[in-house]
Design a protein around this ligand. Structure first.
Ligand SMILES: Nc1nc2c(c(=O)[nH]1)N[C@H]1C(S)=C(S)[C@@H](COP(=O)(O)OP(=O)(O)OC[C@H]3O[C@@H](n4cnc5c(=O)[nH]c(N)nc54)[C@H](O)[C@@H]3O)O[C@H]1N2
Ligand SMILES: Nc1nc2c(c(=O)[nH]1)N[C@H]1C(S)=C(S)[C@@H](COP(=O)(O)OP(=O)(O)OC[C@H]3O[C@@H](n4cnc5c(=O)[nH]c(N)nc54)[C@H](O)[C@@H]3O)O[C@H]1N2
Ligand code: SF4
Ligand SMILES: [Mo]
Length: 694
């Protein structure tokens, strides 16, 4: 018998809606869930490789307990019962000695994190942290300082826009299926695209204007653009008069930052900057200037991003078709939201180990900050952290300087990794709990914000092939064994779903037809005359007094980045459409498409070093070095070299990818301790390497 099951892809953190055809208990076809118009039947290459992930045996297929030294890769397969017993007894001992706050959990954030937050809260720890210190933290915090809203509280209407401006937002490769489709539709309808990146990615190939900016100078470029916009009055005067605070101060601050000045810093000609600004003036308010996602990787990224948030406001593009809009939630549709699992558990007070809200008053407590939590593990201050759950997170490659991390992890008494793969971090853990692949598991329901808000369901499409469990089963069982079962009165996923739906008037069966439920038939737009922002003034704050009192200046002067030392290059990195970080390099299908990375190096720079396209080169930073093939090209700025992230694994169990290509993060020595002081994002792009012929 053939049936179609609607679910949510898990091959990357975008989590697209999918339709899976199942025949006699086996998955036979997967495509986008076409009930979702933006998605259609499209899927990316990674989603298409989901069945191969399920079948792959080079991944943990049963709970594993470490036998040898940490990282030695000697494991003993155990029953779930034994794994749970081991974790419970270790945790009980740790809590008895160090208190419940000594437990920490980090994960990949997102719509299913509620359960893990509830779990940790039930254990009495405030130390839940997500992955965002190396992802969108600077962009998020800068958005808070301008609008009082988080990064994801504004979304983009690409399809109906006139101009899309992308600062290193490689939208066609670092992709979300629905977003890239909207982007391509926008281009088809005539939108201009300005793409700014020291490296010409695939997205540069879709752009009407490409600027090969000098790496690390976005803040200068943005100040030049803002100068031109403000001093020529190229902005939406009505919107600005109504909603924006601090324009006069901003204008004054911008005086020295002329386009001519910016040209000197960035390498982009003043006439080009001026022509671009005139276009913005023609195209507004249907303009989208993406505040960057991974733009957040330089020491001044918070401020670069902050200017982008400000420019969007100056364009008047907020809550505007063809511009930015508020993704609406259930409340905006006059409906109740899903009940939170974390609300079942009493609040946990006290200082967080990572210092968010205390040592770092400006940083969001909800997401935490992993590198300062690592400092706490290292120093035992403000209190000891001894047990670490790593759920769907791979800090050894997501954060820089793996060696420095290992030294810190050695101070932990217990490391539990919940993963579908042998991640580099799981390989160093004490226990690996294998989660079932997304095709094989249910998850808690999620809220889907948007112009038409709704709820979505990931459901089990097929049974697990191996001795694996769903996350919800793992955490409920652990909570019970740790004496916290009272908070989770559920036995099945249906029990959880019913609890989540309690106030919504919906039933679980309502998800069967399409996999999601919409709470509004038509797009919801707020009245543009009555917009509210979550800052203290209720306005968009070009100068934010609250952030200033927390030690973050709104408009700091520009400081040029350090150039590479003689003979060195700035190490840049990024993604390909075939891979999600370091997750799928060993996936049989995706490995077949691309099994290694190469080092992009500028033609002239390579010529000086006697390096030809395809030559093996040696890349080094201090005592860290490795060999990789060179890709000699004009498509990268002469000051930088570039490699795809996620390759070069040192986990031998991943036989297809082991040792292939180079890992960028190992070259970022010392960078675990260097971050944007305002926003907290780690300075991933502030490392230099030497390159020589091998
Ligand atoms: N040097 C360098 N560092 C970077 C980046 C970079 O480009 N270069 N990118 C940064 C960015 S933007 C981000 S978001 C982070 C990402 O860093 P992470 O969030 O750590 O990366 P992911 O690849 O999303 O996956 C983390 C882990 O989840 C596991 N996983 C996948 N599916 C499942 C599942 O269904 N269940 C469970 N339990 N586990 C699963 C994967 O096997 C992987 O080990 O890295 C950041 N760090
Ligand atoms: N296929 C695929 N899609 C993904 C992901 C994935 O792993 N694989 N990850 C998802 C995640 S978690 C995220 S955060 C997003 C990330 O989305 P993006 O931020 O778009 O991702 P990246 O590919 O890391 O980086 C984009 C570009 O930044 C450029 N860059 C480097 N330095 C500078 C600079 O000084 N100025 C400017 N303007 N650009 C610079 C790099 O050359 C690179 O081409 O992608 C998401 N989508
Ligand atoms: S972008 Fe691709 S891998 Fe990621 S959720 Fe969507 S289909 Fe799956
Ligand atoms: Mo990310």
């Amino acid at each position: 018998m053939k049936e179609t099951k609607y679910s949510i892809c898990g091959m990357c953190a975008v989590r697209c809606p999918v339709a899976v055809q199942v025949e006699d208990g086996e998955p036979v076809w997967i495509e986008g869930n076409s009930h979702d118009g933006g998605m259609g039947k499209s899927l990316c290459a990674k989603g298409g490789a989901a069945f191969a992930q399920r079948r792959d045996r080079q991944r943990p297929t049963a709970p594993l307990l470490r036998r040898g030294e940490r990282g030695a890769g000697e494991w003993r397969e155990v029953s779930w019962d034994e794994a749970f017993d081991y974790i419970t007894s270790r945790l009980n001992a740790i809590v008895a000695e160090h208190g419940s706050r000594s437990i920490m959990l980090s994960d990949r954030g997102g719509p299913f994190a509620d359960l893990r937050k509830a779990f940790l809260k039930a254990l009495g720890s405030p130390n839940y942290i997500n992955h965002d210190c190396t992802c969108g933290r600077n962009v998020n915090h800068s958005s808070k300082s301008v609008y009082g809203l988080g990064r994801t509280d504004l979304a983009y209407d690409y399809e109906n826009t006139r101009h899309i401006v992308l600062f290193g937002r490689n939208i066609t490769e670092s992709l979300k299926v629905k977003e890239v489709k909207g982007f391509l539709k926008g281009i088809k309808k005539g939108a201009r695209v300005t793409y700014i990146d020291p490296r010409a990615s695939v997205t540069a190939g879709k752009a009407s204007r490409y600027w090969q900016v000098k790496p690390g100078t976005d803040y200068a470029l943005l100040l030049g653009i803002a100068h031109c916009v403000v001093h020529n009055g190229y902005y939406d005067h009505e919107f600005v008069d109504r909603y924006v605070n601090g324009l006069a101060e901003f204008k004054n601050f911008l005086v020295p930052y002329t386009p001519e000045w910016a040209a000197g810093e960035t390498g982009i000609a003043a006439a080009e900057i001026e022509a671009f600004c005139r276009e913005l003036n023609e195209d507004r308010p249907k303009v989208i200037i993406h505040p960057g996602w991974m733009l957040a990787r330089y020491r001044d990224s918070f401020h670069a991003s902050r200017i982008i948030h400000i420019l969007n406001a100056l364009m008047g593009s907020i809550e505007q078709p063809g511009g930015l809009f508020y993704p609406k939630g259930p409340k905006d549709a006059g409906k109740s939201g899903l009940k939170s699992l974390a609300d079942l558990v009493p609040a946990v007070g006290g200082e967080r180990a990572d210092g968010c809200g205390t040592r770092y008053p400006q940083w969001d407590k909800g997401a935490g900050m992993l590198q300062t939590a690592f400092e706490a593990i290292d120093s035992g201050e403000p209190y000891p952290v001894k047990a670490y759950f790593v759920h769907r997170h791979n800090p050894f490659i997501a954060l820089p300087d793996t060696r420095a991390q290992q030294r810190i992890f050695d101070k932990l008494d217990l490391i539990v990794a919940v993963d579908v793969n042998f991640s580099e971090t799981a390989w160093y853990a004490d226990v690996i709990l294998p989660e079932s692949t997304f095709l094989e598991r249910d998850s808690i329901l999620r809220t889907e914000k948007g112009l038409k808000p709704g709820f979505g369901r990931r459901q089990q499409c097929v049974k697990p092939l191996h001795n694996t469990k769903a996350g919800w089963e793992i955490y409920l069982e652990l909570a019970k064994r740790l004496g916290k079962g009272e908070y989770f009165p559920f036995n099945t996923i249906e029990d959880i779903w019913q609890y989540q739906l309690q106030n919504t008037g919906l039933t679980v069966a309502d998800f069967d037809a399409k996999g999601f439920v919409k709470l509004s038939d038509k797009a919801i737009w707020h009245d543009r005359d009555k917009l509210k922002f979550a800052t203290e003034s209720g306005k968009i704050e070009l100068v934010n007094p609250k952030w200033e009192t927390m030690g973050v200046p709104s408009l700091p002067p520009y400081v040029a980045p350090d150039g590479p030392p003689a003979g060195s290059f700035r190490l840049l990195f990024g993604r390909t459409g075939y891979q999600a970080h370091g997750q799928h390099q060993n996936n049989p299908i995706l490995n077949d498409l691309l099994d290694t990375n190469r080092l992009w190096i500028n033609t002239a720079a390579a010529g000086r070093l006697g390096i030809k396209d395809g030559d093996m080169v040696r890349v080094a930073n201090g005592d860290i070095q490795g060999r990789i093939a060179a890709y000699v090209t004009d498509l990268i700025h002469p000051e930088a070299v570039f490699m795809l992230h996620g390759f070069g694994t040192d986990v031998p169990a991943k036989k297809r990818s082991f040792g292939k290509g180079l890992a960028d993060q190992v070259f970022m020595q010392g960078k675990l301790k260097e971050w944007d002081k305002a926003g907290g994002g780690l300075n991933l792009a502030e490392s230099f390497v030497t390159v020589t012929r091998a």
